[in-house]
Design a protein around this ligand. Structure first.
Ligand code: 5AD
Ligand code: SF4
Length: 385
């Protein structure tokens, strides 16, 4: 333990120190005393590399339909209690334009996993429209589940630049316990999809669920190592939250208490920040749902992104991944003002109109001989770079 605290203090003072698997497990399992040194080290690393900036992604939850049946998720196919919707392209553009007018320059289109050609065509049309309206100034992030390589390539060429796909857990066996074993929920397919994204120009994001039944500190440490190995550009990690319409809810007493899930999430954020100083890490909605100070705590642990929700309220109430998902009714301008104040309260600076390309992506693209900036790779394919 002493050894870990010494390492963390050294990291905070600017020394190069590597954290081994044992350190990661220690940092997750130790008593509350570890948090001071851990969060100080993570903040120092962030400050030295990326600075105090905090970025916004406006999220539009385009559809809550999903072909999958994950045991933890309220939107799973077999949950009959969900009023399913899919926004039409015009509604999506209106939500995006609203965010654009408020100054946002980066948007996340999220949905369940839908393989239909019509849906993919619609998303491509939305991406093209964004590109023709806003050119290189906008960054479009997609989070639409595991899609075949040719579909991902089409989405990229239409203007998608960033893709988020959580691995959920890096442990294959544990993955098998929280998903049906039916051939469409395969860890290896998910991993392959991430590696395809990573090698085809996408700014690639992943992440894990933290604190669900059966998960151990050693598996969480393995998750961090997996994310490092994948060499992601961005990450979203959040606590698991119960949902009545899901099988995992039946074994909820085997999960850590909610406060512990928050603690574990914050420690995971801090450790990942130390391991990957130049990526973007978000303070997730799930974290903010379990803790009213989740945003501030996430930032103090090393997060540098959060996501105001732009989904029209009539749809938003039906995007219930888990119970108690916050439905903020504030208008966007006051939300941004409030966000600025909350960032400043933890000595951070909200940059609402900065698209927030992670240094990590610029560096690896430059090393790969691609365009170093964060402009959509479709641009490069179009022959300009
Ligand atoms: N609690 C917290 N996060 C969840 N997600 C799905 N269900 C839950 C839940 N019950 C997350 C998954 C998924 C993302 C879209 O939402 O990590 O990747
Ligand atoms: Fe569908 Fe994603 Fe929910 Fe799984 S976690 S059921 S893929 S929306």
């Amino acid at each position: 333990m002493r050894l870990l605290e010494e390492k963390l203090d050294d990291i905070a003072s600017g020394h190069e120190v590597s954290l081994e698997r044992r350190d990661l497990v220690d940092a997750l399992e130790s008593g509350p005393g570890v948090e001071g040194p851990l969060f100080r080290a993570a903040s120092a690393v962030l400050e030295r590399t990326s600075g105090p900036g905090v970025y916004l992604r406006g999220i539009v939850e385009v559809s809550n339909a999903c072909q999958k049946n994950c045991f933890y998720c309220g939107l799973r196919r077999d949950n009959p209690g969900v009023a399913r919707y899919t926004m039409n392209p015009q509604e999506v553009m209106e939500a995006l334009a609203h965010g654009w007018r408020a100054g946002l320059r980066s948007f996340l289109l999220q949905s369940g996993e839908l393989l239909g050609d019509d849906y993919i065509d619609e998303v491509c049309a939305i991406l093209s429209e964004c590109r023709s309206r806003w050119g290189d100034s906008v960054r479009m992030v997609l989070s639409m589940g595991e899609l075949p390589p040719d579909v991902l390539d089409r989405l990229r060429d239409a203007g998608g630049g960033r893709y988020l796909l959580r691995i959920e857990t890096s442990d294959r066996e544990l993955y098998g316990r929280i998903h049906p074993r039916d051939g469409i929920h395969r860890w290896s397919a998910r991993d392959a999809c991430l590696r395809h994204l990573r090698s085809t120009g996408w700014q690639t994001g992943s992440g894990v669920l933290v604190g669900f039944p059966w998960q151990t500190a050693s598996e969480l440490a393995g998750d961090l190592e997996y994310l490092v190995d994948l060499d992601i550009d961005m990450c979203g990690m959040g606590p698991w939250i119960e949902h009545q319409g899901t099988p995992l809810n039946e074994v909820r007493e085997q999960a850590p208490p909610r406060a512990r899930r928050v603690t574990l999430t914050l420690r995971m954020i801090a450790l990942l920040r130390i391991l990957m100083p130049e990526i973007n890490i978000s303070a997730t909605t799930a974290l903010q749902t379990l803790d009213p100070r989740g945003l501030e705590k996430g930032l103090e642990a090393g997060a540098n992104v959060f996501m105001p929700n732009l989904t029209p309220l009539k749809y938003r109430v039906n995007y219930n991944l888990y119970e108690g998902k916050t439905v903020v009714v504030d208008d966007l301008e006051s939300m941004i003002r409030e966000g600025k104040r909350r960032c400043e309260s933890v000595r951070r600076l909200l940059l609402p109109d900065d698209p927030g390309d992670p240094l990590h992506y610029g560096r690896r693209r430059a090393a790969e001989g691609g365009k170093p900036g964060g402009a959509p790779p479709g641009d490069r394919i179009g022959g300009q770079g």
